[in-house]
Design a protein around this ligand. Structure first.
Ligand code: ADP
Length: 164
């Protein structure tokens, strides 16, 4: 039976930290479903379509599926018949939040487990929010995100800066 994990997140946008977790996830699991969370409370920079496109450009269709979900992750996992959630861990600051969430999810559905992968050293300080902040001020994010994401960040912020 194929082992599948769901890797949920905002991916706004995809960073090399995410890429590394997906690549390493594929060594452990046969398939990874990258599930983009639709969160009405967060105002994303990139649309769901753009975020999916970034992931699709990086990974083929064979073992990586891209999907979206709304509402509780455990409900989505049950719907998909998947019992493993994959998450990445960076600093200690991630740990507390991730521990809370993993425990809450287990309380909601004890058939679902969360598996964590440690960030690679070079991605330690990489987060989508930091990348957006740096790019918004014209800082270089080369090597922190895939090249096509970097390109789109530059375009996005030159559009908004011109509008102002
Ligand atoms: P969320 O809003 O759910 O935190 P993100 O897209 O920011 O969504 O992150 C999705 C997952 O990827 C989380 O488990 C996060 O810890 C992990 N992640 C993000 N950046 C990195 C990184 N640089 N190294 C390892 N894991 C990361």
């Amino acid at each position: 039976m194929a082992r599948t994990a769901i890797y949920p997140g905002s991916f706004d946008p995809l960073t090399n930290g995410h890429v590394s977790i997906i690549e390493r996830g594929l060594r452990v699991f046969d398939r990874v479903i990258v599930a983009i969370a639709i969160n009405i409370r967060k105002e994303p920079l990139f649309s769901i379509e753009e975020r999916s496109e970034f992931i699709r450009r990086e990974f083929g269709k064979e073992r990586v599926e891209i999907d979206t979900f709304e509402g509780l992750l455990v409900d989505y996992a049950a719907e998909r018949g998947v019992s493993v959630i994959l998450r990445g861990l960076r600093a200690v600051s991630d740990f507390e939040y991730e521990l809370q969430m993993a425990n809450m999810n287990r309380k909601l559905d004890d058939t679902i487990d969360t598996v964590f992968m440690m960030t690679e050293e070079r991605d330690f300080y990489v987060s989508s929010s930091l990348v957006k902040e740096v790019a918004s001020f014209g800082g270089k994010v080369e090597g922190i995100v895939p090249a096509f994401v970097e390109q789109r960040l530059v375009e996005k912020f030159s559009d908004t800066n011109q509008e102002e």
